[in-house]
Design a protein around this ligand. Structure first.
Ligand code: BDR
Ligand code: CA
Length: 312
């Protein structure tokens, strides 16, 4: 059983990623920790509650801890243009009355890792602010999680950020935090924006997923509809990009990775056009020890199966 802590900024793809993990027979979501990113942290936390309600998760099964509201150096930017002003595709779901824990997400990350050393898998699918702060609080944290899977960064400078197009969103939102994680964690798995593009869904797969006629499937489609229109307009054909879902698929089924390289990754903090871009030392030119398992390919068939199961 993979026991997961998911650090997240829901977010349409975050929500679908959590659905994927929740539907997996060999995974248990141990806790959610929220962070500001796609929209503000009040809204991402409220969305986490709405999501667990929609999935019928018992109130005492998966605690939600609210985390950092801005990056270490606050940036005035968010992903509402894509995820909707509510972060959930402008569906304006009714607010949930689910309890949010009083403990801050950063403290909760440290506590959970210390209570269960070596047992929990951490999937970080938002800006890395909570994780960087938790690592500063407990520098031994990287040895206390079983595995870390990150969605964030670019590996060849092809980003999705409107201000710095070579940066990926999560990296751009808190470059200092990602720099701290890159310096302090040695063995993480990283899903980049380019790897996300490489695994774009085909129109037929999108149609299949959008037409699952169950309450869960309808919720999946409802979340997705507006961003699908956005992607379709930009790409000229229906297609969906699944950054956080890929990260969660790797967290629950490590063997889904079919191609990866263990490389040293670093973060650009100063560039006028490139702040937030991550770089990969593909040929070990710096001689620095690798910190990242850079994911290049996953088993797409299996991924589609996991997505389909998550929408059933
Ligand atoms: C990442 O940024 C967010 O908008 C998504 O939720 C995902 O985590 C993709 O760049
Ligand atoms: Ca996210």
């Amino acid at each position: 059983m993979v026991e997961l802590v998911i650090d997240t900024d829901p977010g349409v793809d975050d929500a679908r990623a959590i659905m994927l993990a929740q539907a997996h027979p060999d995974a248990k979501i141990y806790a959610l920790t929220t962070v500001g990113g796609n929209v503000g942290v009040d809204q991402t936390t409220a969305n986490a509650c709405v999501l667990l309600d929609a999935l019928g998760v018992a109130p005492d099964r998966t605690p939600i801890y609210r985390g950092a509201g801005t990056g270490l150096l606050a940036v005035q930017y968010d992903g509402a243009y894509f995820h909707g002003a509510d972060g959930f595709g402008n569906n304006n779901f009714l607010p949930s009355s689910r309890r949010v824990e009083g403990e801050h997400a950063v403290n909760a990350l440290v506590r959970m890792a210390n209570e269960r050393p070596g047992e929990l898998t951490l999937a970080a699918i938002g800006p890395l602010t909570n994780l960087a702060l938790a690592t500063r609080l407990d520098p031994a944290l990287p040895h206390k999680f079983k595995r870390l899977v990150i969605m964030g960064g670019t590996i060849r400078g092809t980003g999705n950020n409107r201000r710095n197009p070579s940066a990926e969103f999560n990296a751009y939102m808190d470059p200092e935090a990602m720099a701290i994680v890159f310096e302090t964690w040695q063995d993480f798995w990283l899903v980049s924006w380019e790897t996300t593009l490489h695994h774009q869904l085909e129109p037929a797969q999108v149609e299949q997923l959008m037409s699952v006629n169950t309450p869960r499937g309808k919720f999946w489609a409802q979340l997705t509809r507006e961003s699908l229109e956005y992607v379709t307009k930009r790409m000229g054909r229906p297609g969906l990009l699944m950054p956080d879902e890929i990260a969660l698929a790797i967290a629950v089924e490590p063997e889904i990775v079919t191609k990866s390289e263990h490389r040293y990754m670093s973060m650009e903090l100063r560039g006028e056009h490139t702040r937030g871009q991550t770089t990969v030392d593909w040929f070990n030119l710096t001689g620095r020890a690798p910190n990242a398992h850079v994911v290049l390919e996953i088993n797409k068939e299996r991924f589609i199966e996991l997505l389909m199961a998550s929408a059933q």
